[in-house]
Design a protein around this ligand. Structure first.
Ligand code: IMP
Ligand code: MG
Length: 174
């Protein structure tokens, strides 16, 4: 790991504090209703683990495999589904959980793909939001942190599959 390239942006304590608040906010929106939480692989796996426990109540956990990057630090704009949901979502309250919304292309694509399956509701929670880099107006319901247009790694986010297990969010300087 090339630690000299990493600058802490959000500490693990700050992430934990924010997720506790976000979890309460999300649970309040749904009340006692069950939710289907859909994690977008791979980047959301750590956030999903913490957020789903902070939300509490009745929840199913599902995963969608998506690949929109091909190893670099720029989005290609091409969204490829590498693993579809295992179960129908018709009539269910669905919450898509993303690691980061950058250009907005992935979330826009996923919303359109899932909406036609007839969920009772469809919302999006993202740990990080980089609004300055949007290429398409993407609707995001819950945001952990709004960050500047920097390439970040850690807490699930990778650079060429590395750094996902970093316990905090860091800016990567090439
Ligand atoms: P989009 O540009 O909004 O479609 O974001 C697509 C995906 O790119 C996100 O879900 C992340 O997996 C990845 N991504 C965007 N920005 C970063 C970053 O700063 N670090 C790591 N991955 C990123
Ligand atoms: Mg992602």
């Amino acid at each position: 790991m090339q630690e000299e390239r990493l600058t802490t942006l959000i500490s693990s304590e700050a992430i934990a504090d924010r997720i506790a608040v976000l979890g309460d906010e999300i649970r309040e929106v749904y009340g006692g209703e069950p939710i289907t939480i859909i994690g977008v692989l791979k980047g959301s796996f750590i956030f999903l683990a913490d957020l789903s426990r902070a939300i509490g109540g009745d929840a199913k956990i599902e995963f969608l495999g998506v690949s929109s990057y091909h190893g670099g630090t720029r989005s290609t704009g091409v969204v490829r589904i590498t693993q579809d949901l295992r179960h129908p979502i018709e009539g269910q309250h669905c919450l898509i959980v993303e690691d980061i919304v950058d250009t907005g292309l992935t979330i826009d694509y996923l919303r359109r793909m899932l909406e036609v399956r007839g969920p009772k509701s469809l919302r999006v929670a993202t740990l990080l939001d980089k609004p300055s880099n949007r290429e398409i107006a993407a609707e995001v319901d819950f945001v952990g942190f709004t960050i500047p247009d920097e390439f970040v790694v850690g807490y699930g986010l990778d650079l060429g599959e590395l750094y996902r297990n970093l316990p905090y969010i860091a800016v990567y300087s090439p």
